[in-house]
Design a protein around this ligand. Sequence first.
Ligand SMILES: Nc1ncnc2c1ncn2[C@@H]1O[C@H](COP(=O)(O)OP(=O)(O)O)[C@@H](O)[C@H]1O
Ligand SMILES: CC(C)(COP(=O)(O)O)[C@@H](O)C(=O)NCCC(=O)O
Ligand SMILES: [K+]
Length: 207
Amino acid sequence: MLLCDIGNTSYHFLDGSREYKQDVKTFDPSSIKEKVYFICVNNTLHVRLKSLSNWIDLSEYIDKEKYYKTMGIDRIFAVESVSNGIIIDAGSAVTVDVVKNDEFMGGFIYPGIKAMQKTYENISPALAYSFNFECDLDIMPKNSQDAISYGYLKTLYCEVMSHQLPIILTGGNALEFKKIFPDAKIDTALIFHAMKKIIKENEDRLC
Ligand SMILES: Nc1ncnc2c1ncn2[C@@H]1O[C@H](COP(=O)(O)OP(=O)(O)O)[C@@H](O)[C@H]1O
Ligand SMILES: CC(C)(COP(=O)(O)O)[C@@H](O)C(=O)NCCC(=O)O
Ligand SMILES: [K+]
């Protein structure tokens, strides 16, 4: 079975147990001939996929009553995959969602690594650094790279830790964030758990 989670950077495929990614800018979805179950946050792509009959949109099968109208479908499926914890999906944006005893408590959206590094660089070339994920967030920075790294990471770190919940990390930048959340569990296939659940619950209508 072929599943796909389409974000603003990647087509994230799960083919059986094999995970792989394609760039949204270059990949041609019509090159896939087999049935593929997907969710998509990218509206332009979403319109295009409607014309491909083998691309089946799972967002139509989720009970959206528990979520707000404009909530990203990737966040909804991540929340549906977790009973208790705080989910950090580190992709084009970093989304953070809190689930307690199967109830969605709310969440927030933070700039992704690439977007935020570009923001600093656009302010001044003096801020053109990649973030240092090894920087000690308990010490006030005394160099430019750590000054922007701390500026970006400390707020997110404090907010996430304040919930005192198990941390589940997913998304293309999960490994970087694992450095500041060492106790977090990484599950790059998190969203696919809910996709499989939805397919099973609707197999009479889907297969
Ligand atoms: N194979 C990969 N393809 C694309 N981005 C990757 C890959 N591996 C890691 N990354 C990092 O992950 C980020 C994209 O995360 P991802 O979760 O794929 O994005 P989204 O869900 O927003 O489409 C990129 O900005 C890049 O830094
Ligand atoms: C915040 C997102 C862009 C994250 O998507 P991604 O990083 O996977 O590209 C996506 O969840 C989205 O389009 N959300 C809509 C706004 C909201 O969730 O409130
Ligand atoms: K994502």
